[in-house]
Design a protein around this ligand. Structure first.
Ligand SMILES: [Zn+2]
Ligand SMILES: [Zn+2]
Length: 345
C-alpha cells in the first residue's frame, strides 16, 4: 500500500521501503514543475520498493513514465537505487554532485576483490586483531566476493553544481553542497514561501545530512587509489553550520519525518560530536590504534554485540574522528613498528 504525504505547494513524499533495514523506508519526494514531476531520490532497487514507488505516483495522478527528472541527494543505494529504472521508464535525466558521481563511476569499474583487498589492508593498518582479518583473507582467497548494490548504480547524466538553481521550470530549487555523509552529498533548498507560511526561509530537502532523530554515519571517503587524507567529520560539521544559517522554515529529510527548527537540530548534532571528540581525546591519554579507539568509543550497543560488518563501519567512523582531532591539533599520529597509534597532545 502506497504511503503518500502531501506537504503543500506542489511537494509530496512517498514512503519507499528499504528491505531488511531498521531504517524502514526512504522518503522519496515529488516536486511538481511546469515541465513535469521531478523526483528527489528514488529508493532502494528492489521489486517491492519499485512497486511502492509506482503505486504512490499513481495515487498522485501521475506515473513513473511521466517523471521529467531525478535529483539525487547522494549516491547511497537507498537514495539512488531505483534511478536507473525510473530513467528507463520515463527518459528522465538524473542529476548528482560530481564527487558522488565519481564514487558511482569507481564502484561500477572496480574489479572483484579490489575492495576486499583494500578493506583488509585498511583494517590491518588500523590494528584489527587476527580473528577479524581471517574471514576477509579467506573470502579473498576463495574468489567469493559479495555483490555490492553499487555495481549496478546508474551513471547520472547531469551534474548538480553547488550554489546553482536547478533548471526546473517554475520552481526555485538551489543546490547546497553538504559533504560529510558522502563527499558529494547535497541538500536542496526550495526558495519559495512555505505553503503554511511557517516562519523561515523556504524548505530544505536534507537527504541524510540532517535528520530529526538519527546521526548520519560519517566514515572515510574511501578511494583505494587516492592517498589524500580527507577530513569528512570536519566537512560534515561545516556543512551542518551551512544549513543552520539557511534557517529553513521546514526540513524534509529522506528518512523519518519532516520537522522545523533546523538550527536547534544542528546545535544538538554539533554538541553530540563535540562531546564525542572530547571523550575521544580523554581516551588518548595513552596511545591507541584506530581499532582500540573503536572498541572504546560509545556506540548504540556494547562492542561485543556489534556484528562483524558494523565493526568495519565503526572503525571507519573512529578514524574520521581521529583525523578531526589531528586536524584540530588535539592529537597526533605516532609512527612506529606495526599499526599507527594516536595520542592526545
Ligand atoms: Zn546515506
Ligand atoms: Zn539514507
Amino acid at each position: 500500500m502506497a504511503q503518500v504525504t502531501g506537504h503543500g505547494g506542489g511537494v509530496w513524499s512517498l514512503k519507499v521501503p528499504i528491505p531488511d533495514n531498521p531504517l524502514g523506508h526512504t522518503l522519496v519526494h515529488l516536486l511538481d514543475t511546469d515541465a513535469g514531476p521531478v523526483l528527489i531520490d528514488t529508493g532502494w532497487d528492489d521489486p517491492a520498493s519499485w512497486d511502492t514507488l509506482a503505486d504512490g505516483l499513481r495515487a498522485l495522478g501521475t506515473s513513473v513514465t511521466d517523471i521529467h527528472g531525478v535529483v539525487i541527494t547522494h549516491h547511497h543505494p537507498d537514495h539512488h537505487g531505483l534511478s536507473g529504472k525510473v530513467r528507463e521508464a520515463s527518459g528522465a535525466w538524473i542529476a548528482m554532485h560530481a564527487a558522488d558521481t565519481e564514487v558511482v563511476r569507481r564502484t561500477r569499474a572496480s574489479r572483484p576483490g579490489v575492495w576486499l583487498g583494500y578493506l583488509t589492508a585498511k583494517l590491518t593498518a588500523a590494528g584489527a586483531p587476527e580473528e577479524h582479518l581471517t574471514p576477509l583473507r579467506a573470502a579473498r582467497a576463495s574468489g567469493r566476493t559479495r555483490t555490492l548494490p553499487g555495481l549496478r548504480a546508474a551513471l547520472p547524466d547531469r551534474e548538480i553544481v553547488p550554489g546553482d538553481l536547478l533548471p526546473l521550470a517554475g520552481r526555485r530549487l538551489r543546490a547546497i553542497w553538504t559533504p560529510g555523509h558522502t563527499p558529494g552529498h547535497v541538500c536542496l533548498h526550495l526558495e519559495e514561501e512555505h505553503p503554511a507560511r511557517l516562519p523561515g526561509n523556504g524548505r530544505l530537502f536534507s537527504g541524510d545530512h540532517l535528520l530529526p532523530g538519527i546521526t548520519p554515519h560519517i566514515g572515510l571517503y574511501e578511494d583505494p587509489d587516492d592517498t589524500t587524507v580527507t577530513d569528512p567529520l570536519g566537512d560534515y560539521l561545516d556543512s551542518l553550520e551551512r544549513v543552520a544559517r539557511l534557517a529553513p522554515a521546514e526540513v524534509l529529510p529522506a528518512h523519518q519525518h519532516a520537522f522545523t527548527d533546523a538550527p536547534a537540530r544542528v546545535r544538538e548534532l554539533l554538541d553530540h560530536h563535540e562531546e564525542r571528540l572530547t571523550g575521544l581525546r580523554a581516551l588518548l591519554a595513552t596511545p591507541l590504534t584506530v581499532w582500540q579507539v573503536a572498541e572504546r568509543m560509545e556506540w548504540n550497543r556494547p562492542w561485543a554485540e556489534i556484528p562483524y560488518g558494523s565493526r568495519n563501519i565503526a572503525v571507519s567512523e573512529a578514524e574520521a574522528h581521529l583525523r578531526r582531532l589531528v586536524k584540530l591539533g588535539h592529537a597526533e599520529a605516532v609512527p612506529g613498528d606495526g599499526p599507527l597509534t594516536y595520542v592526545a597532545v
